[in-house]
Design a protein around this ligand. Structure first.
Ligand SMILES: C[S@@+](CC[C@H](N)C(=O)[O-])C[C@H]1O[C@@H](n2cnc3c(N)ncnc32)[C@H](O)[C@@H]1O
Length: 267
């Protein structure tokens, strides 16, 4: 707690903390996680060191980006549109793969992210190969019909409310025979599990004294919507991989191939 002297904050005094370690440990075991507690600076450093070693996100993201690019089958002289480019991971990897004859259109709904990826393009010396367009995936204004050889998108449709409109736009800008290659997280099943957990918690007697499932529900509900209505209304959870394939087929993509943890949808 903060300590004041003559109205000035002069430091902090450690407070006794009441943590239900048993429950937190149980949650970690149940969810395949790990429970850590640091009560001094040294332990804190040691735990951070251990967590750093566990951190695989960057490598995972790169793996998905590479698979998306494999699906796009880019070749010299082609034009790629990378939709929802973020910091240009896929766009710049594509340029690294194909070389100076590849043109890339980088789109994003976020102007600051586009400015950031433009600065990265300058740093990498590839600005002249890139065009930057601020737009939503649902309306790719500024990209002409049948003007690109491939469309890529990774972890973007999960944020797009009207995924069919986005697929229509991908189809519109692709040349005949062009390819769409996408990778999206599919969160619906996890969200359904949380809604089942909520139903179970709601059915527990109020005075059961069992805090474990309440706590588990609060933690999970911070990550996923926890009712079927909310799941269907949320673009992050309201689709499965089969829906993505159906949207693509409905928008006249001719053939598709699908992988369990990423999706390539050839045109
Ligand atoms: C998780 S990031 C993925 C970035 C990039 N595709 C990658 O593979 O690293 C999601 C990106 O989608 C963008 N985004 C969110 N909603 C969008 C929309 N409706 N249309 C286009 N981009 C959108 C965000 O601004 C962000 O850059």
């Amino acid at each position: 707690m903060p300590v004041f002297w003559n109205g000035q904050r002069v430091g902090t005094r450690p407070e006794p903390v009441d943590i239900d370690e048993d429950t937190l440990q149980k949650i970690a075991n149940m969810t395949g996680g790990k429970y850590y507690r640091a009560d001094n600076a040294q332990k804190f450093q040691a735990i951070y060191g251990e967590i750093d070693k566990l951190e695989k996100t960057e490598a995972e993201v790169k793996k998905y980006a590479d698979r998306v690019l494999d699906g796009a089958r880019l070749a010299p002289g082609m034009t790629l549109a990378d939709i929802g480019t973020g910091d240009g991971l896929i766009a710049f990897s594509a340029i690294d793969r194909v070389g100076p004859s590849l043109s890339v259109i980088l789109t994003d709904i976020s102007a600051p992210l586009l400015r950031h990826s433009e600065a990265l393009a300058v740093q990498r010396g590839v600005r002249h190969q890139c065009a930057f367009i601020e737009c939503s995936a649902e309306v790719l204004g500024g990209i002409a019909d049948a003007s690109v050889d491939a469309v890529t998108t990774r972890a973007v449709l999960a944020y797009v409310p009207d995924k069919i409109a986005a697929m229509r736009e991908f189809h519109r800008i692709l040349k005949p025979g062009g390819r769409l290659s996408i990778a999206e997280p599919v969160n619906r099943d996890d969200a359904f599990e949380v809604s089942a957990l909520k139903r179970m918690v709601d059915a527990l007697p109020a005075e059961s004294g069992n805090d474990f499932f309440h706590l588990l529900h609060r933690w999970k509900a911070a990550q996923y919507p926890d009712t079927e209505e909310k799941i269907s209304a949320n673009p992050f959870t309201n689709y499965s991989e089969r829906d993505l394939v159906r949207f693509a087929l409905d928008t006249r993509f001719a053939r598709y191939s699908i992988c369990r943890d990423s999706h390539g949808v050839p045109h």
